[in-house]
Design a protein around this ligand. Structure first.
Ligand SMILES: Cc1cc2nc3c(=O)[nH]c(=O)nc-3n(C[C@H](O)[C@H](O)[C@H](O)COP(=O)(O)O)c2cc1C
Length: 185
């Protein structure tokens, strides 16, 4: 798939077929992540691939963070079911020490964003679907998976074959609203 086409047609997928992901496809997605650029090429990322259905179900239950969702009127994380249903769950972790800090800017988050986009585009290219799940109880997921205290868990990516018709994604701000010429505003 052409890169621009992949960027344009990728969507967050929250419904999955009951169909396993072939190892070669999973490998292709992980390889795309490995190729991502990072601060000083330090590659702060680590990924835990979870296939065990009970573990996926437990992580799914940890994706509703009441303090975050309740004030917004959400009764669940929109991706909660996806986390339990997709046959593969990639847990994206980072070692902040393996990235850069510039004042208050912590670039491990940028590294993880870059790698995550590679993950999502590669999944789409493989005919798979995923969604970046950023809201979850980090400490409880940490305990469940034995992730060390110095490692941050940045995102959860359920991965599988999309179920249902392809939907239009939510709209984007027009370029005029997000791009300034020469100076701010
Ligand atoms: C950092 C980040 C965190 C996100 N967290 C969640 C989440 O917890 N639950 C969810 O359902 N979607 C989550 N999303 C998906 C966004 O809602 C989605 O990307 C956005 O609405 C645009 O839709 P599209 O991906 O189909 O273009 C997250 C996306 C990003 C980039």
């Amino acid at each position: 798939m052409d890169v621009m086409e992949a960027i344009r047609t990728r969507r967050s997928i929250r419904k999955f077929k009951n169909k396993p992901v072939e190892e070669e496809k999973l490998r292709a997605v992980l390889e795309a992540v490995r190729q991502a650029p990072s601060w000083a090429n330090l590659q702060c990322w680590r990924f835990v691939v979870v296939k065990n259905p009970e573990t996926r179900a437990k992580i799914s239950d940890l994706s509703y963070v009441e303090a975050f969702f309740a004030p917004k009127g959400y009764k669940t994380n929109p991706a909660k079911k996806a986390l339990a249903e997709a046959p593969v769950l990639i847990v994206a972790c980072a070692d902040p020490e393996q990235s850069g800090d510039l004042g208050e800017q912590h670039y491990y988050l940028a590294d993880m964003g870059v790698a995550s986009q590679n993950l999502m585009l590669a999944a789409h290219d493989q005919g798979l679907g995923t969604v970046f799940v950023g809201v979850f109880d980090e400490e409880k997921v940490r305990d469940l998976l034995g992730v060390p205290a110095n490692i941050r868990i940045v995102g959860l990516f359920p991965l599988g074959y999309p179920e249902g018709d392809k939907k239009e994604g939510p709209s984007r701000k027009p370029l005029e609203e997000i791009v300034y010429e020469e100076k701010w505003k």
